[in-house]
Design a protein around this ligand. Structure first.
Ligand SMILES: Nc1ncnc2c1ncn2[C@@H]1O[C@H](COP(=O)(O)OP(=O)(O)OP(=O)(O)O)[C@@H](O)[C@H]1O
Length: 579
């Protein structure tokens, strides 16, 4: 409820204004049937046209006041619910932005999108409906009940029975509906997930001609969603007609009882009409309440899903002792580091890793796929916290460094290139918005990207599609390198980011980097031995263990796995490279 509290605190005043308007509207609705019964029983019965005219004018006036109340309530409730919805979306967006990598892994992306859009919409819609009818409906039912009692206490007994039955029906409606709507939301998540994955991999789907398979997957999920929704609606479908039936039976009872009373001269016809009017008002109000409760059931399921996101703790322990530090140097130390994604030490991905990378040094990390190279470099910007041991930057444990400062000094070129929709210029400047044109060209030249960019008719203003679809793999990687360089980092992490670049261009990039900054600390993760051969230090990883550390010459003499990698690759590309 902590999430809800924040918004209740902020919006209760607006909510109250809308309730004042609602109350005016409800009071006006309540007076109408009584006036009508008077017109019939006094005016029409006594043929007093003056009385009829006066009361009719009064009725018009009250209708006008009711209309003003309705307009006011509509304006306030629409404004408030829209503001609330937009704030809820922004807060969620911010919360997700602050998620650690671990927490992002916890939620499926499609599910997060659903929570940010559909779930917020449900909760917002419910808040809107609450302001429109939730108070009006109970007010009208209680008010109608009192007015009916004043007209004829005996007949009100019928009303009591009707209301009790309807109360029970609404209760069961909620009890049965709630679990179903949670299921509906989950099925929606699944469908979105499949569609998102299909869109992301549409080229692979085409290449493998797997449209039938994907269509079936989508069709199954779609079918499942439809049947769960139909099931949910079917389960609660009986309640609405049951409520109408109960009230109609009540009306029949009123007419029967009223008819007998009129025939005995105990009651006027106008009263029966007014009574039925009140009864119908109660019917409408209770229908509204049951609709609001149905909405509540859905909104509750959505609210809980939104709250799940808000209730995720900060993810990473924030030290009491956050330090700022100098960004001029970039020394990295791993001290006895163990890491496991599951946060236990039964089968860690990294084991007992210790090494030092002095400021300005270049360290290469090499090893088989899955040996833990990417995981290792992700610990430096503290994308994950170590399970045991310490990762230090400039002598300070990364857990004690302000994450903004830490990440501000690190430029990272991820293994999977991610570019954004926009121009090439915007994508490079994404690394540093304040960079000048000269700086952009310099970074692009060092990344060996300037040449191919200027060969495009629109040069740096070439628009990139989502994820940079209109570039080759190697071109994308070079733009990602330029984006990291323009940040002017003290530590540069290159996570196998030249895999799609040819060997000659890669060497030019390496030469460029040497010239770029003498003091730059560089961690290079690579599969290709040529990528790390010139590094000051090379770490050889095998199943999360460091099995060799030293420069190329040392390792060639002392590390069997390194020798194997070297000779296996020399056979293919090393020889022609002239090593
Ligand atoms: N987000 C994750 N959650 C759980 N396990 C993961 C996650 N990312 C990686 N792993 C596991 O950790 C191990 C090391 O993965 P990592 O990506 O660090 O290897 P790598 O050496 O960089 O491989 P590659 O050269 O193929 O990129 C692998 O067994 C992998 O399955």
């Amino acid at each position: 409820m902590t999430t809800a509290k924040k918004y209740i605190k902020k919006y209760w005043k607006h909510f109250s204004i809308s309730i004042i308007f609602l109350t005016i509207e409800a009071l006006c609705d309540l007076i109408q049937p009584t006036i009508m019964s008077r017109i019939i029983d006094i005016g029409v019965a006594n043929k007093d046209m003056d009385y009829v005219f006066k009361m009719a004018l009064g009725m018009l006036g009250i209708t006008a006041i009711g209309a003003i109340g309705a307009i006011g309530r509509n304006i306030v409730s629409s404004n408030v619910s829209q503001k609330f919805g937009s704030e809820l979306r922004s807060d969620l967006f911010e919360k997700i932005q602050n998620f650690s990598f671990d927490q992002i892994n916890d939620f499926d992306t499609a599910s997060l999108i659903m929570r940010l859009t559909n779930d917020v919409q449900q909760v917002q819609g419910f808040a809107h409906r609450m302001m429109r009818i939730f108070v009006k409906a109970p007010l009208l039912s209680i008010g109608s009940f009192i007015m009916a009692f004043l007209l004829d206490p005996g007949m009100t007994l019928i009303l009591l029975v009707v209301v009790a039955i309807i109360g029970i029906l609404i209760y069961f409606n909620m009890q049965i509906g709630y679990p179903f709507f949670r299921k509906v939301q989950k099925a929606f998540d699944r469908l979105n997930g499949i569609f998102r994955e299909f869109l992301a991999g549409i080229r692979v789907v085409k290449a493998f001609n797997r449209f039938d398979y994907e269509s079936k997957r989508f069709g199954d999920a779609n079918q499942e969603l439809a049947s769960i929704t139909a099931d949910a609606q079917g389960k609660i479908a009986v309640f609405s007609p049951a409520i109408t039936l109960t009230v109609n039976l009540g009306i029949v009872a009123v007419i029967w009882y009223g008819g007998i009373s009129v025939s005995y001269g105990h009651m006027e016809v106008g009263k029966i009409i007014a009574f039925i009017n009140y009864m119908t008002q109660i019917l409408h109000s209770l229908m509204m309440i049951s609709m609001v409760f149905n909405g509540f059931v859905r909104a509750k399921a959505s609210y809980e899903r939104i709250d799940e996101v808000f209730q995720k703790d900060k993810g990473m322990m924030e030290s009491e002792d956050i330090k700022e530090m100098s960004k001029d140097k970039g020394q990295i130390e791993f001290e006895n580091v163990y890491f496991s994604y599951e946060r236990n030490l039964t089968d860690p991905v990294l084991k007992k890793i210790s090494f030092t990378c002095k400021s300005g040094e270049t360290v290469g990390i090499i090893g088989a796929t899955g040996s833990g190279k990417s995981t290792l470099v992700h610990l430096v910007p503290r994308f994950y916290d170590v399970t045991k041991g310490n990762v230090k930057v400039n002598g300070g444990d990364v857990r004690n460094i302000n994450p903004k400062t830490l990440r501000g000094m690190i430029g990272i070129v991820p293994q999977k290139t991610m570019l954004f929709t926009g121009t090439i210029l915007e994508n490079i400047k994404w690394g540093n918005e304040r960079a000048s044109e000269d700086e952009v060209i310099r970074a692009a030249s060092l990344a060996q990207a300037h040449e191919f960019i200027t060969a495009f008719p629109k040069g740096y203003d070439t628009m990139l599609g989502q994820g940079g679809v209109n570039l080759s793999g190697g071109q994308k990687q070079r733009i990602a390198i330029a984006r990291a360089l323009i940040k002017n980092p003290t530590i540069l992490i290159m996570d196998d980011c030249t895999s799609a670049v040819d060997v000659v261009t890669e060497e030019r990039i390496r030469d460029g980097l040497k010239e770029f900054s003498r003091g730059l600390t560089t961690l290079i993760v690579a599969q290709r031995i040529t990528s790390v051969i010139g590094a000051d230090k090379i770490i050889v990883l095998d199943h999360g263990n460091v099995i060799g550390i030293g420069n190329h010459k040392d390792l060639l003499e002392s590390c069997k796995v390194y020798q194997d990698i070297f000779y296996s690759q020399i056979g293919r590309e090393g020889m022609e490279y002239g090593i």
